[in-house]
Write a protein that binds this ligand. Structure first.
Ligand code: TRP
Length: 452
């Protein structure tokens, strides 16, 4: 049993088991448009419902990407991974929503809201700007000044209970309730961009490290439980639509025979407009079957039904999509962690410090030059190589050449470190320049409700 705890820095790296145990899917590289370095190198190794995003992209429909940050401390390479992914989705056409989780940081870490604001702008948004997010397609907001996310968290709370929190997060009797509220508000963060006011119904993807999957599982469960209509795959092929009768909709979907029949007519009309001729409706059992539909049709069918649900007064929330990345090894060979500065590079690190960290970093080389020439180095555990792979060498062919030279013993550890240091130096220098040059754009990233 692999346990994932989003609050622990001790993350299991048994990725295959994680995929299996939590029902994630592998990333279909051939279907990714303009695959990034993360896709090409299998760093983004799994997803849930990424197909919704890919289909929206292929059809020219709108889609969004969502992330959030707890403003606590300094940004480092681990954060860069997420922002690079957000930027990639933005380049593919996504609108971007970013939550500053100031309520969460206030409740769980004791930061004041004013401190959160200062840190968020000076440290986080400044680096987002520098890393090339487009201010015109990015909306940053504070949890504390967007009451709808708090209200959604509250409302969604009735779809879960303490047993589920115990199962997902391992919470117990002594768990502080701030840790119960934070994931609910975060579900509000993730789902609210679908509200009409924030862009309307569209798929939203949340790129995360695999440690954050518990939050996504919770959020998807909560969203799914609000759905009036469900779409499942039939055992013998095709799709099946079922109606969920719940307190919120029973007067509309199941008041009497004629209201149930009217709902079925609307479901059939909704799927007919998608072009399905073969529709088998069984109102008595609350089922509509589409025997000719394929698994890929699930997305348009679901969207049509969520639209219908909204027209009937329901929330019409699509479960969020998510992608999962592997973690780069920490510089000392263990985990990367912001609380251990020697394990990572900060985005405002001095060049000297960066160089020192790499010089001291864990190496996959042999202890003597003779031995290294004879046996070669191990790039899989070598920090300098891994950081080229994860962060600094965009060119796959160049990376492969370095790998070969290292494995064969032609390239020494010190030489490999020098290559990585040069790349990191160029990156840090440019990032600093971009931060200075673009500081004036910070306010353009803030949503209206975040402008003080
Ligand atoms: N809980 C996240 C963290 O600890 C921050 C966060 C809040 C978040 N809302 C979010 C992340 C929505 C992704 C999506 O950093």
């Amino acid at each position: 049993m692999v346990d994932i705890d989003p609050w622990s820095s001790d993350v299991s790296t048994d990725y295959d088991r994680i995929i299996q145990q939590f029902g994630l899917s592998s990333v279909p590289l051939a279907e990714i448009p303009n695959p990034s370095l993360h896709h090409r190198r299998d760093i983004i190794f799994a997803h849930r419902d990424l197909g919704n995003i890919l289909q929206a992209h292929a059809r020219g429909d709108s889609f969004g990407v969502m992330t959030g940050l707890m403003p606590s401390g300094q940004m480092h390479l681990g954060h860069k991974m997420v922002i690079d992914q957000v930027r990639w989705f933005q380049e593919q056409g996504a609108d971007v929503t970013i939550a500053v989780a100031d309520l969460e940081a206030n409740a769980t870490r004791g930061y004041s809201l004013a401190e959160c604001r200062r840190l968020a702008l000076e440290e986080y948004v400044a680096n987002y700007v520098a890393m090339g997010l487009d201010p015109e397609k990015t909306q940053i907001y504070f949890q504390s000044s967007r009451p709808i996310v708090q209200r959604m968290g509250f409302t969604l709370g009735k779809r879960t209970n303490l047993s589920e929190f115990e199962a997902i997060y391992g919470f117990q009797g002594d768990t502080n309730l701030a840790h119960v509220q934070a994931p609910l508000v975060q579900a509000g963060d993730i789902l609210h961009p679908q509200l009409e006011e924030y862009g309307g119904l569209r798929p939203i993807v949340v790129p995360v490290g695999v440690d954050q999957d518990p939050h996504l599982r919770l959020c998807r469960g909560l969203a799914g439980k609000t759905n009036w209509f469900n779409v499942i795959e039939r055992k013998n092929g095709g799709l099946r639509i079922t109606v969920s009768v719940m307190v919120e909709n029973q007067s509309i979907v199941a008041a009497d025979k004629s209201s149930t029949a009217a709902i079925f007519t609307q479901i059939i009309d909704a799927v007919k407009t998608l072009g399905y001729g073969d529709i088998m409706a069984d109102a008595k059992h609350g089922i509509v079957d589409l025997p000719a539909a394929t698994p890929k049709d699930r997305y348009p069918v679901r969207m049509a039904l969520l639209t219908l649900e909204r027209s009937l007064g329901g929330p019409g929330l699509l479960q969020p999509s998510s992608t999962y990345h592997r973690f780069a090894v920490g510089m000392t060979g263990g985990k990367m962690s912001s609380s251990k500065p020697e394990t990572t590079i900060f985005l405002n690190e001095s060049l000297d410090k960066m160089e020192k960290k790499f010089k001291r970093s864990f190496s996959g080389g042999q202890s003597t030059v003779e031995e290294h020439r004879r046996i070669g180095g191990n790039p899989d555990v070598d920090v300098a190589f891994q950081y080229l792979l994860f962060f600094f060498e965009e060119d796959d062919a160049a990376l492969e050449e370095i790998r070969r030279a290292y494995v064969s013993g032609d390239l020494l550890s010190g030489e490999l470190k020098a290559i990585t240091i040069e790349k990191a130096r160029a990156w840090l220098t440019e990032l600093g320049e971009m931060r200075d040059q673009n500081a004036h754009l910070i306010n353009q990233f803030l949503a209206d409700d975040a402008q003080n």
